[in-house]
Design a binder for this molecule. Sequence first.
Ligand code: AMP
Ligand code: MG
Length: 403
Amino acid sequence: MLSYAEARAMVVARTAPVRCEGAALSKKVTDALGDVLAQEIRCDRDYPPFHRSTRDGYALRAAEAATGAQLTCIGEIKAGDSVTQPLARGACVQIMTGAAVPSGADAVVMIEFSERAGDKVTFHRATTPGQNIVPKGSEARAGDVALRAGMRLGYAELALAAQVGVVEILVARRPRVAILSTGDEVVPIAETPGPFHIRNSNSVSLAAQTRLSGGEPVPLDNALDRANDLSAKIELGLKEDILVLSGGVSMGKYDLVESVLKSLGAEFFFDAVAIRPGKPAVFGRCRNTFVFGLPGNPVSTMVTFQLFVTPAIDVLGGARARQLPLLEANLVKTLHEKPGLTHFLPACFEWTGISPEVCPLDWQGSGDIAALTRANCFIVVPADRHNIPAGEKVSVLPRLDVI
Ligand code: AMP
Ligand code: MG
């Protein structure tokens, strides 16, 4: 059985040679959060475009500003002012953060280290050339590549695109992810369930996780635990880039997902992972669609999606698989888990300003969605550790949406 790290690597390896077909599309830069860039973006000019002061103070020649030196202030420059006159010898000019430093000046002394009387300014501290100035072109040069195709557009990437003058941006088509729940007990959320029915919450969490990961959810409804119904609904899912099924992958008599997929020509790359919850997770390919069969218990579905489906969405969408964002924190309560599988336990991560701490939550197992709403992460208990005393450092997997 593969470890979760090996299973993730398998997902990346199998999806890497494939890329979603379809033209890139143009979007307003303000609408492209979470998309994958499908073009190269270059700098339109040097950055900064002029020698920029990083402080409010006086622009001067460092060599003329030894401790106790006095210079004549000949004016002021604020952000946005055009600066054409070089600075005369023996002079300084009052300058604001973000303003252009005049030629001749090679340092900015912070206002806090000066004293002014009329137009005479006395400096209390020596300075060195370059201090408090970001030189023109030091961040990037005109023509340099600012952003490469394949980068996921977060707020910093969007800001950089905006900085270099991009209003419309070419982004890759998002992978389409068909979502199919299974189970005779599953009813639509708008219906009143019978006493032994449950509402289809997995289709909701799967669509949310798909969006969060950069995919486009394609909701198919629910298939009954019958080969003909499953087969017909899986066929619909095989039109998309990825098909995610929930339920029907365990060992029960009515867990038919794998056998139906097989009858439709699927090849499997793994059909179990050494984790809990989520052990029966299945990954394969059927025709041109990558297929994930995730166990139906809601927390299993959520954990296995984050571990395995997210990297597939990254790679098929033209990006690199993002890292699993594991953190480290001090365990505040002793853990006892059965060895053999890597456990993912709902927990609360808190950083009090001293050291990060994590506390496991009471829960009723992988059906307990309510417990997960009180959690902001999972503690990752390694397969070979069954007892972890309070005070030890443990790995923590944040929930992608709340940390
Ligand atoms: P399964 O993996 O098919 O054995 O499903 C295990 C359990 O997960 C079921 O008994 C249900 O309680 C729950 N479950 C299955 N499908 C869903 C769903 N779509 N939404 C919410 N819970 C589900
Ligand atoms: Mg089932």
